[in-house]
Ligand binder design. Structure first.
Ligand SMILES: N[C@@H](CCC(=O)N[C@@H](CS)C(=O)NCC(=O)O)C(=O)O
Length: 257
């Protein structure tokens, strides 16, 4: 069977990477006129600065982040954002976004991705932001750094300061925790309207297969549980998250922090 070759740059501990990997694993058949994807996984060790290399910053993702989906000759440029990759997968795989729920799925995926996952993940380890900033500054002081690499690192520093360093300020943490709570309550209410029989393992819209919102949500719940934020999760979603994280396909793509 002919497949669409592509590369997924990822890190095992990155929630955004796991969201994409879990969505890919549950994507179901591609729609008419689309080939199945055959992603080659390429690990970028973001805890040891692999994302700061010149080729990664200059050819793959100027923001120096994972995940990135690349398909040379097919995609004009790599897709360097987990929400954009997810929406792209939704276009190709109809089960991920059934037309009758498409508006809700798009809206809730956007709301979920508007939450700063780093803020929630590192709220008790804010020094991680400074370590990352320090690693970039140290790299900028490497002798014989090319001008292009230096410029790329300067941009990476700006991104890191605004998303990561500012992301662990106490008032930001407080606001992000409350955003997560509000969004999960919203999702819980929607799920209830589709789950009249109150089935513990029901997907949000009562579909047979998970939608992209389900796959993204399960990763989000797992991260919240890993960082002791269970209290923001409504009880029914907590039960769903606990059950799904025990499945083999989830364990394949998840590594607790
Ligand atoms: N908006 C981006 C955020 C990506 C992101 O922040 N990725 C993290 C891992 S979850 C990362 O690459 N961190 C390493 C770094 O920022 O240097 C997305 O959703 O893909």
């Amino acid at each position: 069977m002919e497949t669409q070759p592509c590369i997924l740059y990822y890190d095992e501990r990155s929630i955004c990477s796991s969201m994409v990997r879990y969505t890919l694993a549950n994507a179901g058949s591609p729609g008419e006129n689309y080939l199945s994807l055959s992603p080659e996984l390429r690990e970028i060790d973001i805890f040891n600065g692999a994302q700061l290399s010149e080729p990664y910053l200059c050819e793959v993702n100027p923001k120096g982040q994972v995940p990135v989906l690349e398909s040379k000759g097919y995609l004009e440029k790599p897709i360097a954002d987990s929400l954009e990759i997810t929406l792209w997968l939704c276009e190709r795989h109809p089960d991920l976004r059934p037309p009758e729920y498409a508006d809700d799925i798009n809206r809730l995926l956007r709301d979920l991705h508007a939450i700063n996952f780093f803020t929630l993940s590192m709220r008790n380890r804010p020094q991680r932001a400074e370590l990352l900033e320090g690693a970039i500054l140290a790299k900028m002081n490497t002798p014989d750094l090319s001008t292009t690499h230096k410029k790329a690192l300067e941009y990476k520093l700006t991104v890191t300061r605004s998303e990561k360093v500012d992301g662990v300020r106490p008032e930001v943490i407080k606001a992000e925790v409350e955003s997560a709570r509000a969004l999960l309550n919203d999702i819980d209410t929607i799920r209830r309207t589709h789950n009249k029989k109150d089935q513990a393992s029901a997907w949000i819209f009562g579909t047979m297969a998970p939608t992209a919102l389900d796959t993204t949500l399960i990763c989000f719940l797992a991260r919240l549980m890993d960082v002791q934020l269970d209290e923001v999760i409504p009880p029914a979603l907590l039960e769903l998250g606990r059950a799904k994280r025990e499945t083999n396909d989830f364990k394949e793509i998840w590594l607790s922090l």
